[in-house]
Structure formats: structure tokens, C-alpha cells
Write a protein that binds this ligand. Structure first.
Ligand SMILES: NC(=O)c1ccc[n+]([C@@H]2O[C@H](COP(=O)([O-])OP(=O)(O)OC[C@H]3O[C@@H](n4cnc5c(N)ncnc54)[C@H](OP(=O)(O)O)[C@@H]3O)[C@@H](O)[C@H]2O)c1
Length: 251
């Protein structure tokens, strides 16, 4: 994406910005004028690297840490936002945590997957929407998944269920907050070449995806970030409540 789109004067919170799609989004917002709040959990040095990249390009930002698999972690991030103006929220943090067959699922793992991929997104949106309503402007972009539409790969049922609900939540929030000048949308990545797949996939799975993708390759984090930025831009001003598939034609 070229430099036509600029977010000067805005603050963007990107969850899960230490890696992959979140890191690419934070870099893209931060180098186009936004002050970026770079959330991470485990990868502090990677998050710091993204912040340095933004600062190196003349941008501003800071780091926020929270484990979003627990409500304590979600509440701590919500508390850290108190009194701050957030213009853009990208609910990107997510993971299937571990591939687990349904019959081996524990209550604890179900809770963790749902809290990370769905509940945290709701409470972070709730935390920033009040200020957006007062200002009559703001953007929320949720990062869903192709798993929301196809049930997910084996061992990813809780993750796919959470992403399905996240897509639905996107449409509901969009209706409720459109009258306040707030736009809420989602991106739904297909298979994107990030650490996610180094953790949860193998060559066999990735080759099968490529074979089933008309564009015959995996996506890049930057290609998803570009769509997230577009959704927060003036150019996308009549797009509301949509879940945009970014998957090279895979369906
Ligand atoms: N890659 C794909 O093919 C694909 C496809 C569909 C949807 N998605 C979605 O895209 C989003 C980004 O994924 P990615 O591919 O960029 O993956 P990634 O490179 O593994 O990055 C995941 C990010 O989420 C954060 N995160 C993970 N567990 C967390 C926790 N317990 N608490 C707080 N943050 C946590 C990570 O932070 P730390 O590393 O600092 O802990 C990291 O910044 C996710 O929501 C994922 O479900 C990805």
C-alpha cells in the first residue's frame, strides 16, 4: 500500500502486534502517522523490535503486555486503556493454542481459546467504544479466519467456533455503532505465512492449501495488514459490518 492513506493524529491499538499480521499492521499504521499501542504477550523483544521500526520511520508508539487467555489479563489491558483516546482498535491477537480432538478437550482449554479469540475482542471493543461514541468516530477491525466458515482444520474446533462468533459479533457491533459514525469490520485471512503455521501446521498441510488456492501460494502478513488499513481509511467509508476474505481465492 502506498503512502496515500495517512492516520496522523490517531491512536491505534493492535493486539498481538509482536508477530505476523499484528506486527505488519502496527508497522503499517505506525509508519503512516498513527501512534501505535503495540500489545504482546510472550514476545517482548519482538514487540520492542516493531516499536523501534516505527520510531525509526519517525512514528510513535508504546508497548502493552497482557495474556488474553484469562479474564484477569483482559481486565488488565482494559485498565491500561483507561483515560486514553483510541481511534482504531484491531482485535488481532489469536491462536488455537493447541490442536486438540473434541473428545480430549478440557473446560480449561475451551475457556482459554474462547477468551483469547472472542471474549477479549468483545471487552476491548467495549472499552474503546464509549470514547468513540463521544467523538462520533472510530474504527474496529476484528481478525477472524476462514475457519469461521469451514469449521477449521482437525483439532481446531474451539478456535473455529470462536472465529465464527467473532465474525457474527462484527456484524452486530456494526449495526449498533453505525449511527455514531463508528465503522466495524473484519478481515478473514486464509492461510498466511506467519509463526502461527510454524506452530500449528506442517508442509503437507500447507502444500494442500496451496494446491486448493487459485493463486497457488500462501498470503503474507502485509497483504492482510493492507486490507486492515484500507478498512480504517476514508476510501472504505461506506463499508460497514463486512467480513473481508483475504485468501487468494481459497474457499
Ligand atoms: N496465519 C494464518 O494463516 C491465519 C489465518 C486465519 C486467521 N489468522 C488470525 O490472525 C491473527 C494473527 O495471527 P498470525 O498468523 O499473525 O499469528 P502469529 O504470528 O502467531 O501472531 C499471533 C499474535 O497473537 C498474540 N497472542 C497469542 N497468544 C496470546 C495470548 N495468550 N495473549 C495475548 N496475545 C496472544 C501473539 O503474542 P505473543 O507472541 O507476544 O505471545 C502474537 O502477537 C490471529 O487472530 C489468527 O487467528 C491467522
Amino acid at each position: 500500500m502506498d503512502n496515500v492513506i495517512n492516520f496522523g493524529g490517531m491512536t491505534a491499538l493492535i493486539t498481538g502486534a509482536s508477530s505476523g499480521i499484528g506486527a505488519a499492521s502496527a508497522t503499517a499504521f505506525g509508519t503512516r502517522g498513527a501512534r501505535v499501542l503495540i500489545h504482546y504477550n510472550r514476545q517482548e523483544s519482538e514487540a520492542q523490535r516493531i516499536l523501534e521500526r516505527v520510531r525509526g520511520a519517525g512514528g510513535q508508539g508504546e508497548l502493552l503486555r497482557a495474556d488474553l487467555t484469562t479474564m484477569d489479563g483482559v481486565r488488565s489491558l482494559v485498565r491500561a486503556l483507561a483515560g486514553r483516546r483510541i481511534d482504531i482498535l484491531v482485535n488481532n491477537a489469536g491462536s488455537l493454542i493447541q490442536r486438540t480432538p473434541v473428545l480430549n478437550f478440557t473446560e480449561e482449554l475451551w475457556e482459554q481459546v474462547l477468551t483469547l479469540n472472542l471474549t477479549s475482542a468483545f471487552f476491548l471493543a467495549k472499552a474503546v467504544l464509549a470514547g468513540m461514541v463521544e467523538r462520533k468516530s472510530g474504527f474496529v477491525v476484528n481478525v477472524s479466519s476462514v475457519a469461521a466458515r469451514n469449521g477449521g482444520g482437525l483439532g481446531a474446533l474451539a478456535y473455529a467456533s470462536a472465529k465464527g462468533a467473532l465474525s457474527t459479533m462484527t456484524m452486530g457491533l456494526a449495526k449498533e455503532f453505525a449511527p455514531f459514525g463508528i465503522r466495524v469490520n473484519a478481515v478473514s485471512p486464509g492461510t498466511i505465512d506467519t509463526k502461527y503455521h510454524r506452530n500449528f501446521s506442517n508442509d503437507q498441510i500447507l502444500n494442500a492449501v496451496k494446491a486448493a488456492t487459485p493463486m497457488a501460494r500462501l498470503g503474507t502478513a502485509e497483504e492482510v495488514a493492507d486490507v486492515i488499513l484500507f478498512l480504517c481509511s476514508h476510501e472504505a467509508r461506506f463499508i460497514q459490518g463486512q467480513v473481508i476474505e483475504v485468501n487468494g481465492g481459497f474457499s
